[in-house]
Design a protein around this ligand. Structure first.
Ligand SMILES: C[S@@+](CC[C@H](N)C(=O)[O-])C[C@H]1O[C@@H](n2cnc3c(N)ncnc32)[C@H](O)[C@@H]1O
Length: 401
């Protein structure tokens, strides 16, 4: 089956990316690439990809915003969690904290500031590292976080720096896994087909076509069994399409293997596999964001829009288990942040705020947004440990009023 897609009028960067893709796809043996490869190029092409675009992609001025854009509370609560992890590991002299996909570096700035003032002994042990692929974000991070680098508290790593069994501390990420390229699969007469992208032969100047064919990688069809989904008992319709994120598994495996002792903390939007691959979720979870508008056309605004898919939390959990990690916690962001003291911050803000009425109201609104179960509060939080446990007293589910 072939579908046609037409994109919007293109700016110069989009045109450059389009011409690159036309040549790149044309040079492939079958003149097609998997959707995952397409998504990888449009997001991460070193010059024209969305995440290397010089304009702001994340934040109120960009296309979407993330928890650290709501003020310093989010990162400070995470810092309280890192401090607890350090305690649980018996306060090692050196604690490596590695952030995957740090974006503008907001969390790093707020964590380092807060730990410096609040937990001096932990600060002495703390070594913050960032693992970032986007050249554009790397540049911003290096400017913004320069004082911490010169103070010897922060450095940048590459994936190759992650040696097996080498780290004591925590590897963490916020909205990293959802930004990785996904394979798209469709159910057709009792079998999986994969979506490939080719150049539109009818209107070669305007767009791409989707083609469906056998999966490009045997791991794709095996995946469902592995996460506990019996595809033949699910009654998927012939309209059913979904995603599989092999890169997320490879990344999780890599970070899990690099851990000698400590934790992996993942915050992201997603579902356990049973919900992700529910037969009623016929169109999968792929979404695009352009100027805070959500839509479902990954071929529009080439290199100018974010493309993202929910994360299969069961698959991350299982990958960690296979690499020797135990699940310490799988919960939702709202509950996790409440367990770390967000409720106290809320009541302190209401009763003893030092700022203006407007600042007090804004902070209250931000704290509510972080725990709203219909928004950021509904994100999943997965904590996995190697030779390490984390005991957080979890509160009851949150009711928003
Ligand atoms: C949606 S943004 C989230 C940014 C930030 N964590 C936040 O909460 O605002 C995804 C981040 O992951 C980075 N990223 C994507 N693939 C990566 C990879 N393979 N290695 C390192 N960073 C990556 C992107 O460049 C970007 O900084």
């Amino acid at each position: 089956m072939i579908d046609f897609f037409y994109s919007e009028p293109m700016n110069t960067l989009s045109q450059d990316l389009y011409h690159f893709l036309v040549h790149y796809i044309g040079d492939r043996p079958d003149q097609r690439i998997t959707f995952a490869e397409y998504m990888d190029w449009v997001l991460y092409h070193p010059q024209f990809g969305y995440y290397n675009n010089p304009t702001d992609s994340i934040g109120m001025e960009g296309d979407f915003f993330t928890s650290p854009h709501l003020g310093t509370d989010f990162a400070e609560l995470l810092a309280d969690c890192f401090w607890q992890m350090w305690q649980q590991l018996d306060r090692p002299d050196s604690f490596d904290l590695i952030e995957l996909g740090a974006g503008q570096g907001l969390i790093a700035q707020d964590v380092l500031n807060y730990v410096n003032h609040r937990y001096p002994s932990f600060f002495t042990a703390l070594n913050y590292h960032i693992l970032e692929q986007s050249q554009s974000f790397l540049k911003r991070q290096r400017n913004y976080l320069y004082p911490w680098q010169t103070a010897g508290k922060l450095s940048w790593l590459t994936w190759d720096d992650l040696q097996p069994n080498s780290l004591v501390g925590c590897l963490f990420s916020n909205e990293f896994f959802d930004a990785l390229p996904v394979h798209r699969l469709c159910w057709h007469q009792g079998q999986w087909q994969e979506i490939y992208v080719t150049v539109n032969a009818v209107h070669p100047d305007s767009a791409f076509q989707e083609i469906r064919d056998r999966p490009s990688d045997p791991r794709l069809a095996e995946y469902f069994d592995w996460v506990g989904i019996d595809v033949h008992r699910q009654n998927y319709s012939d309209r059913y399409c979904t995603e599989v994120n092999l890169k997320a598994l490879a990344s999780m495996e890599r970070i899990a293997q690099s851990l000698k002792r400590g934790f992996i903390l993942t915050l992201d939007y997603g579902y356990p596999a049973s919900q992700y691959y529910h037969p009623q979720r016929e169109q999968g979870t792929l979404q695009c964001y352009y100027h805070h508008r959500r839509h479902d056309d990954p071929y529009a605004y080439l290199g100018e829009q974010d493309i993202t898919a929910h994360v299969d939390m069961t698959a991350l959990e299982r990958t960690g288990q296979e690499a020797g990690l135990e699940t310490c916690l799988l919960t939702q962001q709202g509950l996790f942040l409440m367990a770390l003291g967000l409720g106290d911050r809320l009541s302190q803000n209401n009763q003893h705020s030092q700022g203006s009425v407007m600042e007090t109201l804004q902070r209250r609104e931000s704290l509510h947004q972080l725990i709203n179960p219909l928004g950021l509060g509904g994100f999943y939080v997965l904590v996995q440990g190697k030779e390490a446990k984390l005991d957080l007293p979890m509160p009851d589910p949150i009711q928003m009023v």
